[in-house]
Structures are given as C-alpha cells and as structure tokens.
Write a new protein. Structure first.
Length: 133
C-alpha cells in the first residue's frame, strides 16, 4: 500500500548483495527495478540504492554520480536536485531513489565486511556495514 511505500522517511542507503535481499524492497521500488535486480549477476556485482526519503510533493530527484572505494570504505556520492523556482512541483507524495549496479571489489572469492556511506551534496547522511560474500 501507499503507507508502506513511504516508510523510508530519511535519506537511506541499501545494499543488495544477493537475490534474497530483494524481498526487503517490496513496495519500495518499481516492479521494473525489481526485475533488474532479479537479473543481476551477483557473482560479479551488487546493487546500491540511494533513497532520498519521504517528500510531501514530487519533483526532487537523487542521482548517484560516483562510487569510491578506499580500503574497506565504499563511499556512494549522490546529488539532490530540487525543482527551480519556475519549475513546478506536482501534488503527490514521493520517495525518490536511484539504483545502480556496482562491480564487486576484488577479494579473492572470500567474504569481506565493508563500511558503506551515502553522501548527498557533500554530506554523509547514511552509513551501514555489510558483508559482501
């Protein structure tokens, strides 16, 4: 339902490291995006999803522009774009997100724990620790 779709209230980062992770995204992303995640080769890739969080009106977008790995820290850098003063917002609630696929770090086939951070317009807004098998 609609209330479920907007349960992410704040900027949030999610890492999808295997097909089982997709279930946590029910009602958070489009069925088209879920299909892309189902088709992803999780042996060589993972997915990162940057959620902007609940917005009372439409028009804002979030775009992942750069992903940088420094050791065990993976920084996902995104930009928030808001409509200009002469551009309209539309009267519907929104929860913008951007989903990208990322090449797995080279780790000799063993699982490593990584720190992920989501940075929007230069400010870290979300962090998480995740093992990439």
């Amino acid at each position: 339902g609609r209330t479920e779709m907007y349960k992410i209230r704040e900027p949030t980062l999610m890492i999808i490291a295997n097909p089982a992770d997709i279930a946590q995204l029910e009602n958070l992303i489009t069925s088209e995006a879920q299909g892309k995640l189902q088709a992803l080769d999780y042996q060589t890739r993972f997915a990162a999803i940057a959620f902007l969080g609940y917005r009372p009106s439409g028009g804002d977008t979030i775009t992942i522009q750069r992903i940088i790995q420094k050791g065990k820290l993976i920084s996902i850098q995104a930009v928030l774009q808001e409509p200009g003063p002469h551009e309209g917002r539309y009267p519907m609630t929104a929860s913008p997100y951007h989903l990208v696929q990322v090449a797995r770090p080279m780790n000799s086939g063993t699982a490593f724990e990584f720190e992920f951070e989501l940075e929007i317009n230069g400010t870290v807004v979300s962090t998480l620790t995740r093992v990439l098998p």
